[in-house]
Each structure stands twice: as C-alpha cells, then as structure tokens.
Design a protein around this ligand. Structure first.
Ligand SMILES: Cc1cc2nc3c(=O)[nH]c(=O)nc-3n(C[C@H](O)[C@H](O)[C@H](O)COP(=O)(O)O)c2cc1C
Length: 206
C-alpha cells in the first residue's frame, strides 16, 4: 500500500473483532505516532495501551464514574462501560501539555491529534482496522485515574484496534467538494474559489 492509498482508504471501523494487533504491529503504530509534527519537539502526547483482561479495569472505572454521576439508568451505564471491551485493543491518546512552554496549547493539542491520526494510518498500513472514539466520562476522576492523568493532561479519546467485522457494513464516504473547504488567496487579497480543484478527488480511485 503506498502512502496516498493508505490516507485515502483508511476508514473508521464499524465493528472490531479478534485478532487484535500483535506487539510488533503496536510498536510500529506507537513509533508512527511519535513522528507527528511537533513544534519545539515538546512531545505533548502520550499513549496508554489497554488490552485483554486489563480492559475490565477500564470498564470498572467507567461504571464507577457513571454511577457517581447519579441518576443514570443501568443500561446506559452498562453501555458506557461496554465501550472499554468492544475492541481487542485500544490506545488512549492523551494531550500532555508541557507547562510553561512557549507553544500555544492549541498547537500542542494539534500535535497530539496528529499523533492519533498517525496511529490510525499506521494501523491501516499494517492491515489492522481502527476507530478513533470518544472516551466515556473522560473528565471523571475514575477514568482520569486509570490513565494516570495529571492536571494539564486531557484525553483526546482512544483508538480502538482489531480486525474489521463484516457484520456492519462501512457507511459510504462521499468525496468532499474541495471548493466547500478550500479557497486561494489572490494577489489582490481576495479569497477565490479553487476552480482548479472543481472536481472532487475520487477517494475510491486509490
Ligand atoms: C476526536 C474524535 C472522536 C471521535 N469519536 C467518535 C465516537 O465516539 N463514535 C464514533 O462512532 N466515531 C467517532 N469518531 C470517528 C468519526 O465518526 C469518523 O472519523 C467519521 O465518521 C468519518 O469516518 P471515516 O473516519 O471512516 O472517514 C471520532 C473521531 C474523532 C477525530
């Protein structure tokens, strides 16, 4: 798979089943995450791999956090906790801002998001399916404690990993009209439509 093929064909998996990625595949994904663009090389990110029985630790924390909210129906709590075990492996992505750094927080978080996308792309390149998902109750003490989050750290979700099940088909992904998302600055200071990109690039051509 070449680089553009990898970028254009990565999808968010609908359902992930065993087998999960091997240690070697996980190591490549984590290494790819560390190549994210990173202003002043702060490494404003870190990752926590959760798999096997350890997923129950996370599920229990989500349950405890949901119960602490109060008033949530039992099925709602169970559904939230079940997210910890719905894929063979997950990697939590943590924005780990460097205090006092002269790089704005938004830029540090952007680097962490790029690292998460690198995880997904490195998974895809190795034939591992992925889904970047929101973490249930990410600000709760219980969930923060599982990932050892300190004051300046925040969860950007987690990347679920495994084998794509064909039980639920992937929804179609329409190409985006580039004129809807991009324009070009003219020498006169105007924002002009990108007429040279009038045709959507067919992502399924890759
Ligand atoms: C920070 C972040 C959080 C996300 N959380 C969820 C989620 O909780 N549930 C979900 O189904 N998809 C989640 N997604 C995935 C998007 O829904 C998905 O990327 C989008 O539908 C486009 O699908 P594609 O990645 O296959 O192109 C999340 C994506 C990002 C970047």
């Amino acid at each position: 798979m070449d680089a553009l093929d990898c970028l254009m064909t990565r999808r968010t998996a609908t359902r992930l089943v065993e087998p999960g990625p091997t240690d070697e595949q996980l190591a490549v994904m984590l290494a790819a995450a560390t190549t994210a663009p990173d202003h002043k090389m702060l490494r404003p990110w870190r990752f926590v791999v959760v798999r096997g029985e350890a997923r129950e630790v996370l599920a229990n924390a989500i349950t405890a956090a949901a119960e602490a909210v109060g008033g949530l129906a039992e099925p709602v709590i169970r559904k939230a906790a079940g997210k910890a075990t719905r894929s063979p492996v997950l990697i939590a992505v943590i924005a780990s801002r460097v205090p006092g750094a002269r790089v704005p927080r938004a830029e540090q978080d952007a680097s962490a998001a790029a690292a998460a996308q690198n995880l997904c792309l490195a998974a895809h390149a190795q034939g591992v399916a992925s889904a970047w998902k929101s973490t249930p109750l990410p600000d709760s003490d219980q969930v923060r404690a599982v990932f050892g989050l300190t004051g300046g750290e925040e969860l950007l979700g987690w990347v679920e990993l495994g084998t794509l099940s064909d039980a639920i088909p992937l929804p179609p992904r329409e190409p985006v009209a580039l004129s809807a998302v991009a324009s070009e600055l003219t020498t006169g200071g105007q924002l002009a439509p990108v007429e040279w990109a009038a045709q959507p690039v067919p992502v399924d051509a890759y």
